[in-house]
Design a protein around this ligand. Structure first.
Ligand SMILES: C[S@@+](CC[C@H](N)C(=O)[O-])C[C@H]1O[C@@H](n2cnc3c(N)ncnc32)[C@H](O)[C@@H]1O
Length: 238
C-alpha cells in the first residue's frame, strides 16, 4: 500500500502542535466550518446518528478505525461495553489518551490493517465497526482488504459504518466556484490525489461493487446540510 506513506506523513504533520482548549481538538481533526468548530448541536446529532445506525448497545465492542484524537470516540463510552480505537498519527493518539480517555477505551497507535490483523490473535470478535471521515485516505484495494479482515475477525454478523466519504457524484457541490473548479482540474492534471487534504472522491457504484464481490450488504445515503452536501455515509453489514 504505497500511498499510505504519503498520507501517513500528511497526518503526522497535520496540526501537530500543543492542544490548549477543547476547540483545538476540533481543529486538529478538521471538524470545522468557516474556521470555527462545528456547532455542538450538529456534533451531537452526528454522534447520535452513529449510535442509531450501528445499533450500539452495552453488550457491544466497538472498533473505531482512524479515531484521530478521540473527539467522537469518547462520546460512545457510555453506549458500549468497550471501545478499541486505532490511528497512525502519534500526536493524535497522544491527544486522545490525554484528553479523551475512559476506562473502557483503548487507543492504539498503528495502521488500520495491522490493527485488524492483530485482533485475530487477541481472541476478540467485535461486531461493530466505525470509520469516521477517513475513507478518503484509502484506495479501493485497501477497502477490500479492510472488509476481508473485518469479515474474518467478526466471525459472523457485523455492521461497519463508514461516514463522511467524499461522493464523486456530488463533487460539484464542493467545487462550486470557477476558482475551486480550476484548482480541482489542476490537481487531476498533476495526478495529485490529496485534493488539499480532502482525499479521494469515491463513487457509490465502486463501493457497491466491492461489497457485492465480497458477499456483503451495503446501504449508501448522502449526507445532508448542515452536515455536508458532498459526502455520503455507507453501512456495510453481513
Ligand atoms: C479527518 S481525520 C478523522 C479523525 C476522526 N475519525 C474524526 O472523525 O474526528 C482522518 C484520520 O485518519 C487517520 N488515518 C488515515 N489513514 C490511516 C491508516 N491507514 N491507518 C490509521 N489511521 C489512518 C489519520 O491519522 C487521521 O487521524
Amino acid at each position: 500500500m504505497e500511498h499510505f506513506i504519503g498520507w501517513e506523513n500528511f497526518w503526522k504533520e497535520w496540526r501537530n502542535k500543543d492542544i490548549e482548549t477543547e476547540n483545538d481538538l476540533y481543529f486538529q481533526v478538521g471538524k470545522t466550518v468557516h474556521n470555527k468548530p462545528i456547532e455542538k448541536e450538529i456534533f451531537d446529532r452526528i454522534n447520535e446518528g452513529i449510535v442509531h445506525t450501528l445499533d450500539l448497545s452495552e453488550e457491544d465492542i466497538l472498533v473505531e478505525l482512524c479515531c484521530g484524537n478521540g473527539l467522537c470516540t469518547y462520546e460512545f463510552r457510555d453506549k458500549v461495553k468497550q471501545i478499541m480505537a486505532v490511528d497512525f498519527a502519534p500526536h493524535l493518539i497522544e491527544a486522545a489518551v490525554k484528553f479523551k480517555s475512559a476506562t473502557n477505551i483503548s487507543y492504539t497507535l498503528g495502521s488500520v490493517t495491522e490493527f485488524l490483523a492483530s485482533l485475530e490473535s487477541k481472541g476478540v470478535h467485535p461486531a461493530k465497526y466505525l470509520m469516521n471521515d477517513s475513507l478518503a485516505y484509502f484506495k479501493p484495494e485497501d477497502l477490500k482488504e479492510i472488509l476481508t479482515l473485518i469479515s474474518g475477525v467478526a466471525r459472523g454478523a457485523f455492521k461497519f459504518l463508514i461516514r463522511g466519504v467524499p461522493n464523486d457524484l456530488l463533487k460539484w457541490n464542493f467545487y462550486n466556484t470557477d476558482e475551486r473548479k480550476q484548482r480541482y482540474h489542476e490537481y487531476v492534471a498533476k495526478g495529485d490525489i490529496t485534493n488539499d487534504g480532502l482525499g479521494r472522491w469515491w463513487s457509490p457504484a465502486e463501493i457497491e461493487q466491492i461489497c457485492h464481490t465480497l458477499g456483503l450488504d451495503v446501504v449508501i445515503r448522502n449526507q445532508e446540510p448542515p452536515v455536508s452536501n458532498y459526502r455520503m455515509d455507507i453501512l456495510i453489514s453481513k
